[in-house]
Design a protein around this ligand. Structure first.
Ligand SMILES: Cc1cc2nc3c(=O)[nH]c(=O)nc-3n(C[C@H](O)[C@H](O)[C@H](O)COP(=O)(O)OP(=O)(O)OC[C@H]3O[C@@H](n4cnc5c(N)ncnc54)[C@H](O)[C@@H]3O)c2cc1C
Length: 448
């Protein structure tokens, strides 16, 4: 299988050195597959998508399911994200969405996005997961005075068109309840929304899945899939699984060559995160940093940040472009500068953690859920970095499709349905992305 980025980012066997791993220190220590076996369905990928799909197949349809994960459970983005439960899982503006898909379908898409956010909230409760929930909304901050009108319009449309609860704050008002700094020119909030510890969340889901007798194999990477007499044979290093149906839940960590029909359609993007040391009250007050709700700003290459329960600041943005450990380090130094530019009174605050991972984009700019034509292979991916709300919900929707094999049973917005187009010269997709990054960097410099 071919990697799109440097091999450093695909070290499935190595745990990620994240803040979440450091404070949670929990491993499920599940076995790897070491024999040949059978199952009705195999789910590839042990993140939110794969786990929720498997749980629903067992709970609602009583099916025999095996889930295989190349690393430990949640090794991909699900254990190392920033923990924002935000929406929508799209890189397309609502205006563009309306012009392509129409007003009604855009409304449906947003309705599904809100359902996703609430579904995450519901499973935290239902599966009894203690994942350090903080905040009660999401904030979008205007990073320049030119952007305040734009967010006011966004807040109005969210409310009037999509029925989402929003509130607008002037710079002075947001300084009272959110934060100050050099790039705060007013904000709006929307609900639902909150923040979590993603590692505790994914481990909690896995524990629930184990209680429902899902067979999970960790450190079991599917290297090759063959088809024989109407069955699939999934080959791993030390064993194989024969099955009737396959669910591909590998999102940004999909490696080209696994399923030919999926190759060349996913654009994995690196997202980097840094976390500061703990800040004391005086330091937080220096920038009036009050809220524990997640925050994103209005840059094209957006910054996202939040205050963690132990008063550290988590700060993330679009990541490095090669994927090597060295480029990760260089990116984290750059990000420290970005953070300190917007919060200059923290110039002496050190950074305790940095890490990164892959999110999945595609030419569709929206998530993809469906079944590969003439095969019993199902997929759910492409949340554009908004998977905390979208991925568990997608897993649940996908389970209905896997059960019935009939896409008519998938009662969701058609925007989600089907594979994205293949990139022209797919081997150049990272080069196209680099061009886009340069373009948006210039736009951000000009604040347009
Ligand atoms: C740094 C970072 C910050 C983010 N912040 C946020 C945020 O704040 N809010 C938000 O909503 N979203 C965020 N995201 C995105 C979010 O984490 C993802 O959208 C979501 O976790 C996707 O879940 P998933 O289960 O589809 O994929 P993943 O969690 O990535 O899981 C895919 C799994 O497939 C496994 N796999 C791949 N190939 C194979 C194979 N051949 N055999 C077996 N297993 C395989 C991988 O090991 C991996 O564990 C962030 C992502 C990153 C990287």
């Amino acid at each position: 299988m071919k990697n799109i980025y440097h091999s450093d980012i695909y070290k499935f066997e190595t745990p990620i050195n994240s803040y979440w791993e450091d404070i949670s220190q929990e491993n499920l220590n599940l076995k790897k597959l070491t024999k040949d076996t059978n199952s009705e369905i195999v789910v590839i990928g042990g993140g939110y998508t794969g786990l929720l799909c498997a749980i629903n197949l067992i709970e609602n349809h009583n099916l025999d399911v095996i889930l295989v994960e190349a690393g430990k459970i949640g090794w991909g983005a699900s254990s190392r994200n920033a923990g924002f439960n935000c929406l929508p899982p799209s890189k397309m503006s609502f205006k563009k969405m309306q012009s392509i898909y129409g007003r009604e379908e855009t409304k449906n898409f947003f309705k599904n996005s809100v359902e996703g956010s609430n579904h995450t909230k519901d499973i935290i409760k239902e599966y009894n997961i203690d994942c350090d929930v903080t905040g009660d909304s999401n904030y979008v901050v205007a990073h320049h005075k030119n952007k305040f009108e734009q967010i006011k319009e966004q807040a109005e449309v969210y409310k009037s068109e999509f029925g989402i609860e929003t509130e607008i704050y002037s710079k002075e008002q947001f300084n009272e309840i959110g934060h100050g700094g050099t790039e705060q020119f007013g904000a709006f909030s929307y609900k639902p929304g909150f923040a979590i510890n993603p590692l505790k969340f994914v481990n909690g889901i896995a524990r629930y899945a184990l209680s429902k007798k899902l067979k999970i194999y960790e450190n079991t990477k599917v290297d090759k899939i063959d088809k024989k007499n109407g069955s699939y044979i999934l080959k791993t290093k030390e064993g194989s699984i024969r099955s009737k149906k396959i669910v591909v839940a590998t999102n940004g960590f999909y490696q080209e060559g696994l399923i030919s029909q999926m190759d060349g359609r996913i654009l994995p993007i690196i997202s980097n995160v840094i976390v500061t040391r703990k800040l004391n009250e005086d330091e937080l007050n220096a920038h009036n940093f009050k809220t524990f709700s997640p925050i994103a700003n209005t840059k094209n290459l957006l910054y996202y940040y939040r205050k963690l329960p132990d008063n550290r600041i988590l700060f993330g943005t679009r990541g490095d472009l090669t994927g090597s450990d060295q480029s990760n380090l260089a990116m984290s130094k750059k990000m420290e500068k970005f953070l300190k530019y917007i919060f200059p009174k923290w110039s002496n605050v050190s950074i305790d953690y940095n890490w990164r991972g892959l999110i999945a984009l595609s030419q569709k700019l929206n998530p993809s859920i469906g079944k590969i034509e003439n095969e019993e292979i199902y997929y759910g991916f492409g949340y554009n970095g908004v998977g905390v709300s979208a991925a568990p919900w997608t897993g649940k929707q996908l389970s209905k499709l896997v059960f019935s094999s009939n896409s008519k049973d998938l009662n969701i917005s058609k925007i989600y349905k089907g594979l994205p187009k293949k990139f022209i010269f797919p081997q150049l997709r990272i080069f196209y992305f680099r061009l886009a990054v340069w373009f948006y960097t210039i736009k951000d410099k000009l604040n347009v």
